[in-house]
Design a protein around this ligand. Sequence first.
Ligand SMILES: *Cc1c(COP(=O)(O)O)cnc(C)c1O
Length: 396
Amino acid sequence: MQLVKQIHPQLTFLLKYRMAINVFWPKFRTDEVLSQIRECLENGWTGLGFKTLEFEAKWKEYTGLQNAHFLSSNTAGLHLAFNIFKSQYKWNDGDEVITTPITFVSTNQAILYENLKAVFADVDESSCLDPASVESLITKRTRAVIFVGIGGNTGQLDKIIDLCKTYNLKLILDAAHMAGTKFNGKHIGHDVDAVVFSFQSVKNLPTADGGMICFKEGKHDALVRKLSWLGISKDTYTRLNNNRNYDWRYDVEEIGYKYHGNSIMAAIALVQLNYLDEDNDQRKRICAQYDRNLNHSNKIRFVKPVAFCDSSRHLYQVCVNNRADVMAHLQKNEIYPGVHYTDNTQYKIFAYAKDTCPNAKAISESVLSLPLHLNLVHQDIEKVSQTLLQAVDIFS
Ligand SMILES: *Cc1c(COP(=O)(O)O)cnc(C)c1O
């Protein structure tokens, strides 16, 4: 311990942190991951290409989606989706995108990156967009809807898909929580114009950072490959592969970004993908244990996956009264839940929409994400359940 402290003071923090029951804790198959990374290092290829192409192929095979481009993050993917649709469909600055207030803020930042207006619709009891609220906000300037599958749940996505068809709107799915979510037996993402996944360090398929954008149309996939590497027409890996000699020539046809993923992250992802279904099954078992322990309580409202949704179970969420007191009680017992999310209309940058979504506000003030990760053991879940039941008895 003393030695560790001298080498790396952050490690002592981490060791203490790991004694508690936290909302997230990613699990890596360390030896397998290291051997994948070793291949990159020994071949001297850590950047774009090589493992990123292999992971894209495996992701398409796993999801059945037609296109997949590996990126440095989900946020980068959301930005590129708006960027591409805006240029391809000739949207104007100030055109409207209907979005949800219950999300990580990058969903809504991405709208602003392209000078579009974020119009906030309310959510239903699944914490996902409510189709009726979305429909009531459609105007002549509405161009797209972005849907977030909170906790892996599809909510009323099927109805939103129909709405977007009826009103000729583009539909983007922020599937940061949805790696492995199936609906009616099929992986999600097939019926939307673009779906964006996250492989950030606490998501269901954790790397350190990474994302995947899957466009419905091949021409958008071709464009995103270019735009994620500064608009350069051919990447180095292709130039090496397709020519006997290294072809140094390339053109730059438009403004692009440095958003592509790299082979080290893809190497981690390749291993993690092999375990995604197994890991999600374990998440389901943990959720079932929480259900058995908590279902009888009339002081807890559950945020549950809808029928026909085989959720990735990224989150196990409950709503309680007097959340601050309930949280304090849990924390006193070394249990650290999460809050997903603050109603985004409460943030300064979205002040123009403050308090326009009552359901979102109510959820934002009462929701808790209970610890849900692959290092939890039976007794941990029992402890969290009993402590929560105590807390709601006292405070709710
Ligand atoms: C994590 C998350 C993001 C951002 O993902 P990154 O890969 O970290 O950019 C976006 N939306 C939601 C709902 C998320 O949970």
